[in-house]
Design a protein around this ligand. Sequence first.
Ligand SMILES: [Zn+2]
Length: 138
Amino acid sequence: MLPKWHVLFGFIFSLIIYFFFNISLINFSLIFLSSFLIDVDHYIWYIQKKKDFSLRKAYKFLKNLKERKLTLMIFHTIEFLLVLLFISFYYSIFKYIFIGMIFHSVLDIIDLYSKNEIKLREFSLFKYLLTKDKSKYF
Ligand SMILES: [Zn+2]
């Protein structure tokens, strides 16, 4: 899903949470920002793979990625989200970041599923680390 859609849906979602759960503007902002900034891992992935820091090139590359291989986006893994959930029990600021990231992840899953690309995303860091043959990964 393109960042602009994550920003739009993230804003609408954050507004709904803001009005229905009477959260502060700071917590509204945390949900909103985390609902699209989670995709920073795509940029990190691009830098690691291409050894290039151009955000514009990264955007173009990822938008036109037609490679039929698995990709691992670290902030989109179950393990990362579980650690975030765990931390959120101790520091409430992470609760709002977690909510934004979960909302984003649900949108990603719906989007990937609708484009028949769900098999191209690795959701488990452990599975990735335990896989000896990394050739199926980009
Ligand atoms: Zn995403």
